[in-house]
Design a protein around this ligand. Structure first.
Ligand SMILES: C[S@@+](CC[C@H](N)C(=O)[O-])C[C@H]1O[C@@H](n2cnc3c(N)ncnc32)[C@H](O)[C@@H]1O
Length: 378
């Protein structure tokens, strides 16, 4: 058996054993966790090249260095406006360290005076991914620290496509009994199939508070997702932030956008070689599994931890505002070369990454208006 088949076989066996021990069914959230994060074997644990043009899907980081360069420019503007002489930038979900390299590379080239005034911390619980990051960031040795838990921060805590990679719960509506159930997964021949599981008490707080008129028309099996793990992470990040900004770039929706007539099966999907996979339960560990982030719930969680929501903008609005600042301020950004212009188009075009990706910015002890992050409605 080749190593890839053996890896998938081990993940499949682990899942089947857990199902047998649990009496036949496990919650989808556990299935997704095993598929993506089983130590040594999970989708995100064994091959750094999964993300990128030659992998299964690409992100704003894989488009080129411009995304990181624009973030570095914006983060420095925030630091300078707050009159800070040293700052902490904490990145989570750094994968192979490419975004950190883009940010630190730009600082070295365009703001060398800041090089030793930025404490760049990567929050990485996986030893495997940390090794990938250390390799890529070898040229920046001494400028980057690692931690496996979020440190108390004065500056920026940020991530790109981290929250949409957290294991998630899928909830379904039983039209007959008019109650929500939890989607689980059980065995079906040599593969896996969806099953309905009862809703545990501890998850009831995550259910949406929908008006009766809407519940009356929800079709049986209507499905939506939320990630208690992502919400707990956001809450921990909000509490760790002593002063500054908490920033997440992700594809996502507001709570009410999940409940539109065209979205009856939720937003869960899988990617393999830049294509949607047909059956997200087939071959766990072979494809990326992901779903839209619920930004409304993240806003609540951050605000409950004392943060103020600066805004939720589309990526194109946020990056266009930063780009226009690079043209109108005297601060050096570097020339807008052809490759940079092409990357900017991909990052902001509504049919590429510009509209479906959004950025949520919350802050503590900062004075930033919604329009400052490019949200025209703010
Ligand atoms: C979709 S990838 C995005 C990678 C990179 N930020 C980019 O934009 O190209 C999500 C990454 O988050 C990582 N991840 C998942 N849970 C994490 C956690 N609790 N802390 C840090 N990283 C995590 C995954 O392993 C994966 O490397």
């Amino acid at each position: 058996m080749n190593p890839e088949a053996a890896r998938l076989e081990r993940i499949g066996r682990l899942i089947r054993e857990e199902m047998d021990a649990a009496g036949g069914t496990i919650p989808f959230v556990r299935f997704m966790e095993a598929a993506l994060y089983t130590p040594g074997d999970g989708y995100y644990e064994h091959d750094a090249a999964r993300v990128g043009i030659r992998g299964d899907f690409y992100t704003s980081v894989s488009v080129g260095p411009l995304f990181g360069e624009l973030l570095a420019f914006q983060f420095l503007e925030w630091a300078e406006a707050a009159d800070e002489t040293t700052v902490q930038w904490v990145e989570a979900g750094a994968h192979d360290g490419r975004l950190a390299a883009d940010i630190l590379g730009w600082i070295g080239d365009h703001r060398p005076a800041w090089r030793h005034r930025i404490r760049y911390v990567i929050c990485e619980p996986s030893p495997v991914r940390r090794r990938w990051q250390e390799e890529r960031l070898a040229p920046f040795a001494g400028c980057v620290e690692w931690t496996d838990t979020l440190p108390e921060t004065r500056g920026v805590i940020f991530s790109n496509e981290l929250l949409d990679a957290f294991p998630l719960e899928r909830f379904g509506w039983d039209g007959e009994t008019r109650v929500w159930f939890r989607w689980g997964v059980g065995r079906s021949g040599p593969g896996f199939a969806w099953c309905r599981m009862p809703m545990p008490e501890e998850l009831c707080g995550f259910l949406p508070d929908l008006p009766t008129a809407l519940l009356d028309v929800l079709p049986d099996g209507f499905t939506w997702e939320c990630s208690p793990i992502a919400e707990r992470w956001w809450s921990a990040a909000a509490q760790a932030l002593r002063q500054g900004w908490l920033v997440s770039f992700d594809y996502g929706l507001t709570e009410m956008e999940f409940f539109t007539p065209g979205r009856t099966q939720g937003t869960l999907r899988g990617y393999r070689s830049h294509r949607h996979v047909e059956d997200v339960l087939a071959d766990p560990g072979a494809a990326d599994l992901t779903a839209n982030v619920n930004f409304t719930r993240l806003e609540w969680v951050g605000e409950a931890a004392g943060l103020t929501t600066t805004g939720l903008a589309e990526q194109r609005q946020f990056l266009t505002r930063v780009m226009s600042r690079t043209l109108t301020t005297e601060a050096d950004f570097g020339e807008w070369t052809q490759p940079r212009v092409r990357q900017f188009q991909t990052l902001t075009h509504p049919q590429h990454l510009g509209r479906s990706f959004r950025v949520l910015v919350q802050g503590r002890g900062v004075a930033t208006a919604s329009s400052d992050i490019g949200n025209p409605g703010g």
